[in-house]
Design a protein around this ligand. Structure first.
Ligand code: BGC
Length: 549
């Protein structure tokens, strides 16, 4: 924990462990079944004890909650259901007092349809300035009844919704790359730009240390007429920034302007881009003149295996080094199937299709999934760069795949016409204690039902078990603090199923991705993903840390 007299470290983020709080599902203090900021405050000692360096809060702003808060109606306040600005200040103060930083989520691509700007735009006539902050267009075809382009929303269906004009007749269409309740902003508009600067400053002035930038790749769009078709290239966007919607070159001007704002603070505020681009263009967002860091989801997408993990790690480190950034590592977050479950399913499973079977076809091997998850996480924590931990992964929570249809709240479910279940299964409220009905989440009925298996996985139970996943995370993070040095990694030659690397100071990390045990390299085992008992061989699907003897 840093000493109060320490100088602010401008590079604190480079090798930080950042814990993602999805506030609605973290801890509920007032009994309405929804997690809140006082709930997060009540868990600050838990987080400090876990050993994380920073917390990232998913949106907690006023919002009609059409997309779990990623539909913001006021960027500079707290949702009344989640607390007040004073509660937020208490969280920042409490985190800082324990040496932890606070990162907030900025959602610049779209607002909520209840944001005053959109309300004003709807009330205004077509072509009026109030509509220019968004992307309104006349429809095509007879009476403008066809959407202005073929753009598709991420949650299903057209990315255009038609509004009703003042006289009650069908009017113009507006663009929304996500849910219809999330109209996209037009970032060519000066007021849009300046208002987000005000928002960045608002939170920085309240002591926030950094930002996670949502959908950072989509702000600049080619809106020249006629609107261009969107090529079907989601997974492999062009290298020249020529896609009409994503990863365009002009987007970087926005972040250059933001960087100037970040650098007016001491230490400069940090930022991490959630950017979907050609992998070779991700580094552009991480330039020191822009956001400084960008998420890479490559490790999360990689099948569990020595070759795939080795390639991803080598590639990501090289990409980060291109701009002098540090790599990010993620195994789970609020948008994807939890990694215990992923690793318990056969490689190549379509998670979307699997979720539609309520998680029954195939049945995941959760014991194996947990073993692999512990091995992968222990490896991740030994990598140079920053690790992002999603709430509940330290408890080894699996995906809750059998949520009843009537409980689902992810807009993906409705917007896909009930063909894609969506992301609620990784957002089920956290079990803090073994006692039903809410397993310590709060006094009321949680907004998503928790399975009975959460009792044994609860934090209170795991705190008593030396070999629990929670204790593994704690031990790993304590040791990491001690062992972490320069951002360097050297590979050590090993068998085909094994990855072995060494960090400066003689910190070795060895993972056996195979099923059968292999010989342990020389050194003193200081941590094993299998638990506290140190074996004389490296078990299948396990990771150890060794120090040189
Ligand atoms: C967030 C999602 C959200 C979407 C739209 C994403 O990248 O992580 O949870 O639905 O942006 O804001």
């Amino acid at each position: 924990m840093p000493d109060a007299l320490d100088q602010p470290d401008p590079d604190w983020w480079r090798q930080a462990v950042v814990y993602q709080i999805y506030p609605r599902s973290f801890a509920d203090t007032d009994g309405d079944g929804v997690g809140d900021i006082p709930g997060a405050v009540s868990k600050i000692d838990y987080l400090a004890d876990l050993g994380v360096d920073a917390v990232w809060l998913s949106p907690f702003y006023p919002s009609p909650m059409a997309d779990g808060g990623y539909d913001v109606s006021d960027y500079r306040d707290v949702h009344p259901q989640l607390g007040t600005l004073a509660d937020f200040d208490a969280l920042v103060t409490g985190a800082h007092a324990r040496g932890m930083k606070v990162i907030v989520d900025i959602v610049p691509n779209h607002t909520s349809d209840e944001h005053p700007w959109f309300v004003e735009a709807l009330a205004a006539a077509p072509g009026s300035p109030a509509r220019d902050r968004y992307i309104f267009r006349d429809g095509l075809g007879e009476n403008g009844s066809q959407p202005p382009s073929d753009w598709i929303s991420h949650f299903g269906g057209s990315a255009w919704t038609r509004v009703t004009d003042a006289a009650g007749r069908p009017g113009q269409w507006y663009c929304h790359l996500f849910a219809p309740q999330q109209p996209d902003l037009d970032w060519r508009h000066p007021e849009v730009r300046s208002d987000f600067i005000t928002t960045l400053r608002f939170w920085a002035d309240r002591g926030v240390d950094g930002y996670r930038v949502d959908v950072a790749h989509a702000l600049a769009k080619d809106l020249s007429e006629p609107l261009r078709s969107k090529p079907d290239l989601e997974d492999d966007l062009p290298l020249d920034g020529s896609d009409p919607l994503y990863d365009r070159n002009e987007v970087h001007e926005i972040y250059q302007e933001w960087r100037q704002v970040f650098d007016t603070y001491d230490p400069p505020r940090s930022a991490v881009a959630e950017a979907v681009s050609h992998p070779a263009r991700r580094a552009l967002y991480a330039r020191p003149t822009e956001l400084g860091q960008a998420f890479n989801f490559s490790l999360m997408k990689a099948p569990f295996g020595a070759r795939t993990f080795g390639e991803v790690i080598t590639f990501c480190l090289a990409e980060a080094a291109k701009t002098g950034s540090s790599s990010t590592w993620v195994l789970s977050n609020h948008d994807d199937i939890r990694h215990v479950t992923r690793y318990g399913l056969p490689a190549g499973t379509s998670y979307e299709a699997w979720l539609m079977t309520e998680g029954t076809d195939p049945v995941p091997d959760l014991a194996r999934g947990l073993r692999r998850a512990r091995a992968a996480t222990t490896l991740m924590f030994a990598l140079p760069g920053s690790s992002y931990v999603y709430q509940g992964e330290e408890l080894g929570l699996p995906e809750v795949a059998d949520l009843p249809a009537e409980a689902l709240q992810d807009p993906t479910w409705t917007d896909s016409g009930h063909t894609v279940k969506g992301r609620d299964g990784c957002r089920v409220p956290i079990p803090w204690a073994p006692t039903p009905p809410a397993y310590g989440f709060g006094p009321g009925r949680p907004w998503l039902p928790q399975p009975a298996t959460f009792a044994a996985l609860s934090a209170a139970v795991q705190a008593q078990e030396p070999d629990s996943t929670l204790e593994l995370y704690r031990r790993a993070l304590q040791l990491r603090r001690r062992l972490q040095g320069a951002e360097q990694l050297d590979w050590v030659a090993s068998e085909p199923d094994v990855l072995h690397f060494v960090r400066p100071g003689g910190w070795h990390c060895v993972t056996n991705f195979g099923d059968v045990p292999v010989a342990l390299p020389p050194g003193q085992v200081v941590l094993s993903s299998t638990g506290t008992t140190v074996a004389d061989e490296l078990a299948g699907e396990s990771t150890v840390w060794l120090t040189s003897v």
